[in-house]
Design a protein around this ligand. Sequence first.
Ligand SMILES: Cc1cc2nc3c(=O)[nH]c(=O)nc-3n(C[C@H](O)[C@H](O)[C@H](O)COP(=O)(O)OP(=O)(O)OC[C@H]3O[C@@H](n4cnc5c(N)ncnc54)[C@H](O)[C@@H]3O)c2cc1C
Length: 287
Amino acid sequence: MIPGPFNYHRPATVTDAIKLLSDLGDDARPLAGGHSLVPMMKLRLATPEHLVDLHGIVGLKGIRRDGANIVIGAMTTQHELLASSDIARSLPILQETALLIADPQVRYRGTIGGNVANGDPGNDMPALMMTLGASYHLEGPNGAREIAAADYYQGAYFTAIEPGELLTSISIPLPATGHGYAYEKLKRKVGDYATAAAAVVLTMSGGKVASCTIGLTNLHETPLLAVDAANAVIGTSLDAASLKKAAQAAEAIMSPAADARGPVEYRKHVGGIMVTRALTRAAARAK
Ligand SMILES: Cc1cc2nc3c(=O)[nH]c(=O)nc-3n(C[C@H](O)[C@H](O)[C@H](O)COP(=O)(O)OP(=O)(O)OC[C@H]3O[C@@H](n4cnc5c(N)ncnc54)[C@H](O)[C@@H]3O)c2cc1C
């Protein structure tokens, strides 16, 4: 289908974009890679009267170090994340996750800012950002603010972003040296959203799990941090009993939709399996 009519704006600065979004109000939407928004417009599930294209704002691109954090501009594409040697060295789980998003065409256009700002429970980056303890930098008519990824998601397509605000960058604390990581995603076919997915970042000491964080994708209306599941493995050698406890604790907080990807019980079951696999693979990678 063809989208409804809209006016197109291409500001050159964040200030101009915020002014446009504030002046135009609810009828305006930022346009990043367009790979979530345009399909929604074609289905008439979104009918913005104004699109504020962010591609003209040079300052929204790029990956840089800021002390013990990696800061990624909102308009950095998934492809650029995959091509970055800095990300390969310091945040390999970001590349593992990006590579599981859709296909090369989508990754060339789709941005990390659009992926995390969107609020779609099927997006892969939000649960990862929560697992990594990332925060989002928002700029709006009332100034700038920082919000933890864990506090940003409030419901399906419902987030803490205020009218007129833009997500301008993402700040990710560098994980500990020698950390283990894994993003496990079950999908029906290449290019599909997750039936269930789990992100794990952990450290090992003396053969036991010293620290662990687990995030879940598409198993609730928001991404989830599986805190009890992570606590179930800390201090253990990831033996079969503790892996089972972790999977059960993770399943206990899942409430996926029953949809074409399967009924609720199936999706929770495979969600538990994703947690087990991600824990096992992360531990094997930890040094
Ligand atoms: C066939 C297909 C398969 C896909 N599979 C997956 C998948 O498996 N996993 C996955 O995670 N994603 C998947 N996607 C979605 C893809 O990753 C999108 O690119 C991503 O969700 C949105 O990024 P975007 O840059 O395209 O944003 P857009 O589509 O331009 O925007 C998405 C939403 O975020 C808002 N927005 C964008 N940027 C900002 C900003 N800086 N500040 C505030 N609001 C902003 C927009 O107004 C819009 O509401 C798929 C898409 C397609 C077409």
